[in-house]
Design a protein around this ligand. Structure first.
Ligand code: UDP
Length: 240
């Protein structure tokens, strides 16, 4: 079992990409629903104001260090997280492994057509993957029931949900709790990136922990939400 640390009362699993993949594949062989979350500074700050999200993260099977802020906070606490495991990257790797191990995948979320485009791009990259279903993330209550039934009946082993934080985590916890031997993971804007609609930050920016800055450059309207990053840093420093 990998070390689990706490950043502002949110658990973070100190895993590498490979360790995260191995744990997730093992979860599909264990009973129950396994929630996997990808944590960044924004999510940690939100969870500290949202008891539902806080509870979900604290009972999640795996909380992946997705954001550079998490690595920074761990260092400030005198701990080390081995590497950043970005949601987009682990989604790609899980498609690769699911293809090899024949694990059906269900993709829910993003604007109409986006998740399907992401699936097509990923299959072009990693080869055939069993797809249990694909649905966009804009649905009414009636359609929602169909989606939940479809996921349950599809025998999906990996369910990727892209509805944004905290909607995706709350949706998974509220609607998929009865599933068995299934991993459900919130992936935020990953389908938009994997569909090719939003470019990924250049490698040098990723290496220098500046992916958030590139995101802000692409989507300046995120500035309000991104104020959570300096607030997060300030809270970590003050707590120390
Ligand atoms: N989204 C959705 N349904 C909704 C709200 C959002 O499918 O009701 C999608 C949206 O199209 C986008 C993703 O959820 O693809 C959220 O991306 P964002 O980058 O905002 O995620 P976060 O930063 O919250 O992880």
């Amino acid at each position: 079992m990998n070390k689990r640390i706490s950043v502002l009362s949110i658990p973070i699993d100190c895993v590498t990409m490979q360790e995260a993949i191995d744990r997730i594949i093992n979860f599909t062989k264990e009973p129950g629903l396994h929630i996997v979350a990808t944590a960044n500074a924004e999510m940690v700050m939100l969870a500290n104001q949202n008891p539902i999200l806080h509870g979900i993260l604290n009972s999640a099977s795996l909380v992946i260090p997705d954001g550079a802020g998490i690595l920074w906070a761990a260092e400030k606490q005198g701990e080390t997280v081995p590497e950043r495991v970005a949601g987009v990257d682990i989604t790609k790797e899980l498609f690769r492994v699911a293809g090899k191990e024949k694990l059906p995948i269900y993709c829910l979320g993003a604007a109409p057509g986006v998740a399907q485009q992401a699936v097509d791009n990923l299959q072009a990259l990693v080869g055939p993957v069993p797809i249990a279903g694909v649905h966009d993330g804009f649905f009414d209550k009636e359609e929602e029931l169909n989606i939940i039934n479809e996921i349950k009946e599809s025998k999906a082993k990996l369910v990727f949900v892209a509805l944004g934080v905290p909607k995706q985590e709350e949706w998974i916890s509220e609607h998929l709790a009865s599933l068995d031997g299934v991993v459900a993971m919130g992936v935020g804007g990953s389908f938009d990136v994997l569909a090719g609609n939003i470019p990924r930050a250049p490698k040098w920016m990723q290496r220098n922990r500046l992916e958030w800055l590139y995101r802000l450059y692409l989507e300046p309207q995120r500035i309000g939400r991104m104020l959570a990053i300096p607030k997060f840093m300030w809270t970590v420093i003050r707590k120390k």
